[in-house]
Design a protein around this ligand. Structure first.
Ligand code: BGC
Length: 457
């Protein structure tokens, strides 16, 4: 059951540049690693989908903000494409790229919608990848330079900046498993990229303290790990999985330490961080963003390299189209755990949502995405429970505003509360958008009604 959401609680929706903008090379932008990855002749993305058009948000930004206003959004979380701003990653600034984001934040502010930009949501300038990308220690300075350009240009209009989105996904998907750009597969590289990500985050926070006047934070994906049994082996496997996915990034940033289990996880690929690197990563932040989608149940495994831990599928539980177990209680647990481990930092849910196969709409009717309605209502209620238990959660952003390019899964998986017809690019709010509008209008109290309504239908 939902607790009361505090006055001023911020309700919004999220997207990311490469997933929605389209026109990735327009107006002098440089190539990003995602443009390269989706155009790789080896077909890194099985479907062949690219971000060339995506939702065409780059050309439809004005009417998209009007739509956000009609949906009642109070905040819009988006990311900035580094290679639109600095085509070569460093050096020359592309004024046309800056102008796009200036027009976006101005239009949002005029509409009374708070802009919540993230500096890095995975689309590294390809020119920097050619210099080693996240494997090059200089990236902390490159990221600091880019961050400074953005703060100088927009800190008057933007009150809350995030540095990185989900460093774990960048390192794990991009450097260990190769399923995301730049598509490498090396545990040695994964360890190096992880460290440089957090050094770059720290550098961007330092730069903000020199130039900015508002708030800066970082966004982590947190997937709580539950042991499959009480056996010592399963408990140890769960601790390894948790250290690798959750604490690997939050500990250095917020505690200035690395989880000890990482030595075991990385084996010979692990190198202890120097005191200087830990100090750089651990800069005081004004808030932390948490992306929560699912939990995972973990058991020990002799063969599951490199963690010797593997997920146990929960038979009988509801799963989304991306095979993620629907488990709202873990949202509450995540928030309680976060406060207990890292202290009383203001938290924002920066992403939460689900891909489901939406039913077709009959003429004039909303797309009845009842599974998504239920998912959102239950997870928002779970956030309310954490707030009732005293956790300082200040906002909630649905992932996603639009159906969009779900990275390596292409356009097949739809997370939007707004349907996008990829032929006509027409936007049609789904039933979940209507529910979310009511939730926002009632500052969260419509959640309880939504769960009952759905159960009765
Ligand atoms: C990412 C989004 C992604 C979503 C759903 C998050 O990890 O930040 O870009 O679309 O999850 O997979």
């Amino acid at each position: 059951m939902s607790g009361a959401f505090p006055e001023g609680f911020l309700w919004g929706a999220a997207t990311a540049a490469y997933q929605v903008e389209g026109s990735p090379l327009a107006d002098g932008a440089g190539t990003s690693i995602w443009h390269r990855f989706t155009h790789d002749p080896r077909l890194m993305i099985a479907s062949g989908d690219t971000g060339d058009v995506a939702c065409d948000h780059y050309n439809r930004m004005e009417s998209d903000v009007d739509l956000m206003k009609r949906l009642g959004l109070q905040a819009y979380r988006f990311s900035i494409s580094w290679s639109r701003i600095l085509p070569g990653g460093t050096g020359r600034v592309n004024q046309a790229g800056l102008d796009f984001y200036r027009r976006l934040v101005d239009r949002l502010n005029d509409a009374g919608i708070m802009p919540l930009p993230t500096l890095y949501h995975w689309d590294l300038p390809a020119a920097l990848d050619d210099r080693g990308g996240w494997l090059n220690r200089d990236i902390a300075e490159w990221f600091g330079e880019y961050a400074a350009v953005m703060y100088r240009a927009l800190d008057g209009e933007v009150r809350r900046w995030a540095t990185l989105n989900e460093p774990w996904v960048v390192a794990d998907g991009g450097y260990l498993n190769g399923v995301l750009a730049p598509g490498h597969r090396s545990i040695f590289e994964c360890a190096i990229a992880s460290r440089n990500l957090m050094r770059a985050h720290g550098r961007a926070v330092q730069v903000y303290r020199e130039l900015g006047r508002h708030e800066v934070g970082v966004v982590f994906n947190i997937e709580p790990k539950y042991p499959a049994s009480d056996s010592a082996e399963d408990l140890a496997a769960t601790a390894r999985a948790d250290a690798y996915m959750n604490r690997q990034y939050a500990d250095p940033a917020l505690l200035g330490t690395c989880p000890p289990e990482l030595r075991e996880v990385y084996g010979e690929a692990w190198e202890d961080w120097s005191q200087d690197d830990l100090a750089l990563a651990c800069q005081p932040v004004d808030f932390v963003g948490i992306n929560y989608y699912t939990r995972s149940v973990v058991r020990a495994s002799d063969t599951a390299w490199p963690f010797y831990a593997e997920p146990v599928v929960q038979e009988g539980a509801q799963h989304t189209e991306t095979d993620w177990e629907v488990f709202p209680e873990a949202m509450t647990r995540t928030l309680l755990w976060f406060r207990e481990r890292y202290g009383d930092i203001p938290l924002y849910i920066m992403e939460n949502g689900a891909a489901f196969a939406d039913p077709a709409s009959s003429a004039g009717a909303l797309i009845a995405d009842d599974h998504r309605c239920r998912y959102l209502a239950d997870h928002i209620a779970a956030v309310g429970d954490a707030i009732a238990a005293g956790v300082d959660v200040r906002g909630y952003m649905v992932w996603s505003l639009f159906d969009n390019l779900e990275w390596a899964l292409g356009y097949a998986k739809r997370f939007g509360i707004v349907h996008v017809d990829y032929e006509t690019l027409e936007r049609t709010p789904k039933k979940s958008a209507d529910l979310y509008r009511r939730i926002i209008e009632s500052n969260g109290t419509a959640v309880a009604g939504a769960a009952t309504e759905d159960a009765a239908s």
